[in-house]
Design a protein around this ligand. Sequence first.
Ligand SMILES: NC(=O)c1ccc[n+]([C@@H]2O[C@H](COP(=O)([O-])OP(=O)(O)OC[C@H]3O[C@@H](n4cnc5c(N)ncnc54)[C@H](OP(=O)(O)O)[C@@H]3O)[C@@H](O)[C@H]2O)c1
Length: 368
Amino acid sequence: MTVSTLSAFNAHDTSLPRSIHGEQPVGKSTVAGQHHVVGQPMSAVVASGYGPTSVLALQQVPVPTPAANQVLVQVVVASVTAADSMMRRGDPAFARLFLGVMKPKNAIPGTGLAGIVVATGAEVTRFAVGDEVFGEAGLNFGAHAQYVCVDEDGVFAKKPDSMGFEEAATLCDGPMTSMNFLRRMADVQPGQRVLINGAAGSLGTAAVQLAKHYGADVTGVCSASSAPLVLGLGADRVIDYHTRDFTADTEQYDVIYDTVGKSTFRSSRRALRAGGSYLSPVLSLGLLFWMLWTSVFGQKKAMFDATGLRPADELRVLLDDLVSLHKDGVLRCEIERVYDLSEVQTAHAHVDSGHKQGNLVMRILHKK
Ligand SMILES: NC(=O)c1ccc[n+]([C@@H]2O[C@H](COP(=O)([O-])OP(=O)(O)OC[C@H]3O[C@@H](n4cnc5c(N)ncnc54)[C@H](OP(=O)(O)O)[C@@H]3O)[C@@H](O)[C@H]2O)c1
């Protein structure tokens, strides 16, 4: 394949060039498969620094080379998440110690993806060229591009036929996080009362379905316009946060899961039953204080966890469970909008609005 044919193949093409489809894996090469793609130009989102959506631009960059333990994936769909927005902004500031002090160390953003393996490193055993896969690019980032290298032992798996690329690309965000919080941390039991704040978001839409599946009585907190969605996912009732403050109610819950970090443990304590848990995936100094305090004092507990930093083999078990729930029709991944790669700024702006419903994805490889 020549550079010119690849240059002509951009994110808007409706099919792969014939020569990509026709290539056979290369037996003893250190990179097996379509290794000739490596180093050729591809379309990718590149962040010039931290800041507003305008720091993101579509550029031509070389297709990366997979290391011995990596696969090269042709990205079909990538998710655009609240975490992507936070990383674009370099927020919170201390995260820049890991992401890069002045600008992102990995200029191509994006973590959640689904795609097709096109080449494998010499030591890869779990995947082969042609496998349909999904998962997380993890701290390597780079999923907002036509090709990305992913560690084979990361949070990464073969995509089941029962799940489309779009849904698969979102599974590691809301669904995996909410399963970690509701199953592993809160251990929600049948008959418990669970309140989900931010029930219409990525974490919230998954949480409503999971909590119902675990047998809980579910109250979702969202705006009136999101109420049909949340009720449709199985919530027993909704509270419109514009007109009613759940922390000031007389109702009490065994679990309060604030997916969007809009409440505090202090104000929510009264709404928790004795022995109840307040969980939030959004870390603040206040939550940190109450986690430490309630680990020693009181019956009501405050909890936080960074799901993505848990061991990959543990998260792969969650992914397997989520795939089974999806196959059984228990879980659906709510997708509000599908963008092109060239619309990355628009997608980020919608995340920044704080009112997306469920998940946003970018379709990078357009099939016929
Ligand atoms: N710690 C972890 O492991 C982890 C993992 C993944 C994500 N996160 C974090 O989790 C957070 C949530 O992510 P997400 O993708 O689920 O968020 P999201 O989809 O962007 O949340 C948007 C939703 O929030 C709702 N909302 C806005 N203001 C609200 C309020 N005052 N009260 C109740 N709901 C409100 C909106 O509902 P309406 O439109 O109806 O107003 C909208 O549907 C992010 O901060 C993300 O960084 C943490």
